[in-house]
Design a binder for this molecule. Structure first.
Ligand code: FER
Length: 166
């Protein structure tokens, strides 16, 4: 656990090569919060997602989780290079009805669980992309203020300009 210390508490914004912009807060050794600012599920917002977080190498961390939607995500953060790689495995229904998942998910957990039974899972849609980190700041662990509001247009610019402080 000690090895994770430099990584925990990081607030990170990154843009995938396909242009999708994501924001994640590594809340503690087993929890993340995130917001999605563009792409297929722009507007999605999640708090207290349980995740597996490990250190692979000096400056290299892996964060993996499975969501109530059935989407599985595994991200590698290469802090020294300011790069990430994400592998996301979306059930067929998320790819076909992304709008169902665009919400503050914590208020719609039952809808996510109903949808994953109601709609089709296979074949899955795979996102396998590198991204560039455009912002990284350690704001301490268990900070409930970081991902506490719905995403809005221009929010990541405000964060990068430190107009929003945590
Ligand atoms: C990411 C890729 C995918 C990420 C989250 C997701 C926070 C989740 C997508 C979804 O639930 O639809 O880099 O980081």
């Amino acid at each position: 656990m000690k090895k994770l210390n430099e990584f925990l508490g990081n607030h990170i914004i990154y843009t995938y090569e396909n242009g999708w912009e994501y924001e994640i807060y590594i809340k503690n050794s087993h929890t993340i919060d995130y917001r999605i600012h563009s792409g297929m599920v722009k507007g999605r917002w999640v708090r207290n997602q349980e995740a597996h977080i490990v250190k692979l190498l000096e400056g290299v961390y892996k964060v993996s989780w499975t969501e109530p939607t059935g989407t599985d995500v595994s991200l590698n953060f290469m802090l020294n290079e300011k790069r990430t790689h994400g592998a996301c495995f979306f059930p067929k229904w998320v790819h076909e009805h992304p709008e169902i998942t665009v919400c503050y998910q914590n208020d719609y957990i039952d809808l996510m669980k109903e949808s994953r039974e109601k709609y089709e899972t296979y074949p899955k849609y795979v996102l396998d992309e590198f991204s560039d980190i455009t912002f990284i700041k350690n704001v301490g662990v268990d900070n409930e203020k970081v991902i506490s509001k719905a995403p809005y247009e221009g929010m990541t610019d405000d964060i990068r300009a430190e107009k929003l402080t945590f």
